[in-house]
Design a protein around this ligand. Structure first.
Ligand code: SF4
Length: 357
């Protein structure tokens, strides 16, 4: 059986064309997508618009369930964020996903891998190492499950939103280390007959793996965010070992190339501020020089400390000083005081104690 929620519409159309012929394949694939996604995924579907043979073939060949289940939830008493521990049915491993309500938007942060191979030194997930990558249906399934959970739990603050409005690939794992399944999942999210997210509401965050960075920029229209964290090569390598294989200057040059060619007009740059490590005036000025011509919007994130962390969070005065230097140089810079800190759901805090090897 194929998983419907891991299938792109053009793929389904191709299969229908093989079995029933080309002439009505496009229309039939459109009807199936409309029926499944517009009628609350995971509930009863009405396929009566399709001929009996197509509908029977579809039901016999496609699974209309998701290969994961919510096992635990935690709710932030501060801001209403909800963290899900999600069990992957195929092997019992776990990932986490977070719903974040904020100023009229409901954002879901999703995972792409169990653990992560990149070992960024400020990140809890990086301490787990990589266990495996998620399939496209496991990535898409996180959003479908969260929407279903919202429908069934109207008393939670996140249920008061009309729908999940934004998706960020900032959970467990490095998305570009699972590039095929990540690209496929973005196409399913952004299909106007599927989950119908606008590409600018979907953000893939990366440490900058090449050549996958070029692929996501060339093959999709979703927003891309680079986790930068230091403007100096040697220092970045100490905090993010990936920099030894994919040096910062090369990665930023790639963004600049795409900004100049018009593939994207801007990029989000994520910069986690670590006290006494990367929060000086010199760092702010070097960041301004490095990012010339990139169309950068810098998101400053004071470190979310966790048990055993080697770094400390700077005080807010220092954070706002850093921001001011960037703004004085004409950069767009915002400060993100992460949501969900009280439930260990903020950036760099996702780790599942129940993860099984
Ligand atoms: S910050 Fe992202 S890329 Fe780095 S270790 Fe954590 S999950 Fe992996």
């Amino acid at each position: 059986m194929n998983s419907f929620f891991g299938t792109e519409r053009k793929e389904l159309e191709g299969k229908i064309a093989e079995i029933f012929g080309v002439p009505k394949a496009k229309l039939r694939a459109e009807t199936l997508f409309r029926k499944v996604y517009k009628q609350n995924p995971l509930e009863d579907y009405d396929f009566s618009e399709l001929s009996q043979d197509v509908s029977a073939w579809f039901k016999n060949n496609y699974l209309l369930s998701v290969p994961l289940e919510i096992s635990e939830i935690q709710t932030s008493t501060h801001d209403g964020s909800v963290k899900f521990a999600i069990r992957l049915k195929s092997d019992g491993k776990w990932v986490e996903s977070v719903l974040i309500p904020e100023r009229g938007r409901l954002t879901q942060c999703i995972s792409t891998q169990v653990g992560c191979a990149q070992a960024c030194r400020f990140c809890q997930t990086g301490r787990m190492g990589l266990m495996r990558s998620l399939t496209s249906e496991e990535i898409v399934g996180q959003v479908i499950l969260a929407e279903k959970w919202r429908r069934e739990n109207p008393d939670y603050h996140v249920a008061s939103y009309q729908r999940i409005s934004n998706i960020v690939y900032m959970g467990m794992g490095e998305p570009l280390d699972n590039i095929d399944n990540v690209i496929k999942s973005t196409q399913i999210f952004c299909d106007n007959l599927g989950l119908n997210f606008s590409p600018n509401k979907v953000t893939v965050s990366t440490v900058g793996l090449m050549p996958a960075l070029d692929r996501i920029l060339n093959e999709t229209k979703v927003a891309v965010a680079l986790s930068l964290h230091s403007p100096f090569e040697e220092e970045r390598s100490k905090v993010m070992p990936v920099n030894l294989r994919h040096p910062l200057t090369h990665v930023v040059e790639t963004l600049r190339k795409h900004a100049l060619s018009g593939t994207r007009s801007s990029f989000m740059i994520q910069y986690t501020l670590l006290r006494g490590i990367n929060d000086s005036e010199q760092h702010a000025q070097a960041l301004v020089s490095l990012l010339q011509g990139v169309g950068a919007k810098i998101n400053l994130i004071p470190l979310n400390e966790h048990e055993g962390a080697a770094f400390r969070r700077p005080d807010l005065g220092r954070v706002y000083q850093f921001q001011q230097i960037l703004k004085n140089s004409g950069m767009v810079a915002t400060v993100r005081l992460s949501k969900g800190r009280d439930i260990q759901a903020a950036c760099g805090q996702l780790i599942k104690n129940k993860v099984k090897s």
